[in-house]
Ligand binder design. Structure first.
Ligand code: GLN
Length: 483
């Protein structure tokens, strides 16, 4: 049961081989046994989860079940869920019990899934290692001396340790794909606007996007079909017809054109990651795909552009929490210092404070044109690079992360090193494109390596097909750590 696909779990529930109450209990027991060592969950509430499972069982008995009814799903603690503590990994929200459901949570409820708990994350989703959470670091189940990636590290770790069959994550610069890569999972960040941000606590609103994390592309397709959909309460939600993201999983890959950005295959990638990715590309060629070189010349500036834009948006968002109004008319340095002190008193961690300061700085009078406006221009150029690349290929492939999971503390003293963890993922968010990571082997220390797929706008079903076909001929996604 613990290593089953969602389809298998759904089939077992349908024939009453197992009830949702039993299935939920199984995962709750596993959480009880393993979470103290892994720290993937901030909140678990056995009675609440079992209550939802009983409702699901009644629905199954009544013959009203959908493909996800009765399946337990863990939610990143960035999603507001009615009656659940919703902390966003921050002391600032450590007593916030949400009075309402995020759109994503409401969609999962409508699908009949069971909330298994709220997962740990970097504070306000700022991080690549889960070391910035007020609730302590999450351990990578493949090696508890290493980080699980971030910011959706709790989501990734709970699936890797088989404490949950599936989870939700969010991705502003790589936070679904990078932890998926570092923990040996499949995760997808949809096209910007496909999944509603209503009730998803904002980090950088023009980049944030929720998405599924699971063992396989097949599972992610089912989850995305439940999550995606228009929502009038998010002004950037796109009004499009509902999609069945599983519809083309079985299509053959003959003739698929894979673009390999030459800038992504240069220096900066570890040899073990390169070897696993090369092997995956060879496998794709065997499946009938051809590879072509493409160029994303502005992508080398994606990290600096992101670290102007994301903190700028975050500082505007987070000003709610300390009642300081700033933004385009940012105060002078003296006022910033005052704000810094206020926020410290109220409990932001050091990474969040760093971002608030950077954000206020780049938006302030005299610096706005030099930083914020320049970064916006770069963002346009990065999107144009992708547009040109997709003239000659169907999907882009690269490593998800330049290295396998690193040791705790290895990058926390040097923010630039930490920020470079997302060198391959960030440009996707800046362009608003869909991106995905799937396991493609193991590197140093027997740690998982992730292959990144980037698709054109709204090509999620195609990307899931490309990933699924690979997963039909490989078993990396089924490997589980010995926890
Ligand atoms: N690691 C990046 C950051 O710290 C991205 C995080 C995310 O995608 N939420 O901003």
């Amino acid at each position: 049961m613990l290593n089953s696909s969602l389809k298998q779990l759904s089939a077992a529930l349908a024939v009453k081989k197992i009830s949702s109450v039993e299935l939920t209990g199984l995962f709750l027991d596993r959480i009880e046994a393993l979470n103290p060592a892994i720290n993937a969950f901030i909140t678990v509430d056995r009675e609440k989860s079992l209550g939802e499972a009983r409702v699901a069982d009644a629905r199954i008995a009544a013959g009203n079940a959908g493909p996800l009814t009765g399946i337990p799903v863990a939610h990143k603690d960035i999603f507001c869920a009615e009656g659940w503590l919703t902390t966003c990994g921050s002391k600032m929200l450590s007593n916030f019990v949400s009075p309402y459901d995020a759109h994503v949570i409401a969609r999962f409820k409508a699908a009949g899934t069971v909330t298994l708990g709220k997962t740990n994350m970097d504070e306000f989703a700022m991080g690549s290692s889960n070391e910035t959470s007020y609730y302590g670091p999450v351990k990578n189940p493949w090696d508890i001396g290493r980080v699980p990636g971030g910011s959706s590290g709790g989501a990734a770790a709970c699936i890797a340790a088989r404490m949950a069959p599936a989870a939700t994550g969010t991705d502003t610069g790589g936070s679904i794909r990078q932890p998926a890569a570092l923990c040996g999972l499949t995760g997808l960040k949809p096209t910007y606007g496909v999944v509603s941000r209503y009730g998803m606590i904002a980090f950088a609103s023009s980049l944030d996007q929720g998405g599924p994390m699971a063992k396989s592309a097949e599972d992610c397709a089912l989850l995305l079909s439940a999550m995606a959909g228009f929502d009038a309460r998010d002004s950037t939600s796109l009004e499009r017809p509902a999609e069945d993201y599983s519809r083309s999983l079985d299509a053959p890959l003959a003739g698929l054109k894979i673009g390999l950005p030459k800038e992504f295959f240069g220096e900066g990638m570890d040899a073990d990651v390169r070897a696993a990715v090369e092997e995956a590309l060879a496998q794709y060629r065997k499946l009938g795909a051809v590879t072509v070189e493409v160029s994303l010349p502005n992508s080398r500036l994606s990290v600096p552009a992101y670290y102007v834009l994301a903190p700028a948006e975050a500082s505007s968002n987070l000003s709610r929490f300390d009642g300081v109004r700033y933004g385009y008319r940012a105060p002078e340095y003296g006022d910033l210092k005052d704000m810094y002190q206020k926020s410290r008193a109220q409990g932001f961690g050091s990474e969040v404070k760093r971002r608030i300061l950077i954000g206020a700085y780049v938006l302030s009078h005299g610096y706005y044109d030099a930083y914020y406006l320049q970064a916006q221009r770069l963002r346009r150029l990065i999107a144009q690079d992708f547009e040109a690349a997709f003239q000659v290929c169907d999907v882009i492939m690269s490593p998800t992360s330049p290295s396998v999971a690193f040791a705790f503390g290895a990058k926390s003293a040097d923010p630039v090193q930490m920020y470079l963890s997302d060198i391959y993922t960030i440009s996707t968010n800046l362009a608003g494109l869909p991106g995905m990571s799937l396991p493609c082997g193991f590197g140093a220390g027997n740690m998982p390596v992730g292959l990144q797929l980037i698709g054109n706008y709204f090509d999620e079903a195609r990307m899931l097909n490309v990933a699924h076909q690979y997963q039909q001929v490989t078993d990396w996604h089924l490997r589980m750590p010995a926890v």
